[in-house]
Design a protein around this ligand. Structure first.
Ligand code: PMV
Length: 303
């Protein structure tokens, strides 16, 4: 039986997406209900097998360019002449703001070090995973990789030492998938264009920064209602930054009309997922049903 050389879980950004790119704080949590495993075996040629491609690495699809580059650079750096087959098995939905690309980058980097028995540190994993993330995301803040590597909730500021941040709220997070691919690279770049065009947009980034710190305080004091309101305000600011979408807004409204304490998009936006904070499992299940009635995939996570 094959053994997994690396397991990564998904993640959700609770608050602070987009502003985190500009050095502002954000809070992210691991999503343990979805995960990814990486297996490596000897092969005649370098192969890769995952959800959307199976075949020779050199012929892999555009979606895999980050992982392909990471593997090629790794082989070059460590003078590896053996051929391998990398198998990525994942139930983390792709391009939904649930950390699928970061989980693959971290998983593949870790699996390569383990398979070739090369001594390494967590810093090395971060550095190698970043090779792929930079290609996929353009200008990643690093929050995805950090929360996935730590597998604990984090309070994150770009280029600062990562702070794990325990969240114990006795509440539930509904994660609703619009079913539309998120466009992180595009939205990050579009926000930059807005910021360059008009100073008012920096105001929304500053608001998000304040809201992230407020959220931290409310989490520490277990002030659920205030946390919910903060999430709603964060969503409004993300709308102003033009990264929401009709589908995300619709799901945020459904959640709020059905007794969520607050709701917002999560991740890059214009697709992907939204999250809703619920005080009871009953409320969370009811919102889940409402989403399923309109054909959406839903997860519930206790936080
Ligand atoms: O779409 P995701 O889950 O990869 O999240 C992106 C979060 C952003 O703040 C929009 C970008 C970043 O690099 O932090």
């Amino acid at each position: 039986m094959k053994n997994s050389l690396a397991t990564s879980h998904g993640k959700i950004i609770l608050i602070g997406e987009h502003s985190v790119v500009y050095g502002k704080p954000a809070i992210a949590i691991p999503l343990k209900s979805v995960s990814l495993d990486v297996y490596i075996e000897q092969s005649d040629k370098n192969h890769i097998q995952c959800k959307f491609f199976e075949g020779e690495l050199c012929e892999s699809s555009e979606d895999l360019i980050g992982i392909k580059t990471l593997i090629e650079k790794f082989f070059e750096e460590f003078n590896i002449e053996k051929n391998i087959k990398i198998i990525i098995e994942s139930d983390i939905p792709n391009e939904r703001g649930m950390g699928s690309s970061a989980a693959s980058s971290v998983g593949v980097a870790r699996a390569l070090f383990n398979y070739f028995d090369i001594k390494h540190t967590e810093e090395d994993i971060l550095e190698w995973a970043n090779i792929s993330e930079k290609i996929i995301h353009g200008n990643p803040s690093g929050i995805d990789i950090n929360v996935i590597m730590n597998n604990k909730s984090v309070y994150f500021i770009r280029d600062k030492k990562i702070e794990t941040f325990p969240i114990n709220l006795d509440a539930y997070l509904v994660i609703g998938d619009t079913g539309i691919k998120g466009k992180t690279k595009e939205t990050v770049s579009d926000v930059k264009t807005l910021l360059d065009k008009d100073t008012k947009y920096m105001g929304y980034i500053e608001n998000l920064s304040i809201l992230s710190d407020e959220a931290k305080k409310y989490i520490e004091n277990k002030e659920l209602e205030n946390l919910g309101n903060t999430m709603n305000k964060a969503h409004e600011n993300l709308q102003k930054l033009e990264v929401s979408s009709r589908s995300l807004d619709e799901m945020v409204n459904i959640a709020n009309q059905n007794k969520a304490l607050g709701a917002k998009l999560t991740g890059g936006g214009r697709g992907g997922c939204m999250i809703a904070l619920c005080s009871t499992l009953e409320i969370a299940n009811n919102i889940k049903e409402k989403f399923e009635e309109i054909g959406k995939e839903v997860w519930i996570s206790k936080i």
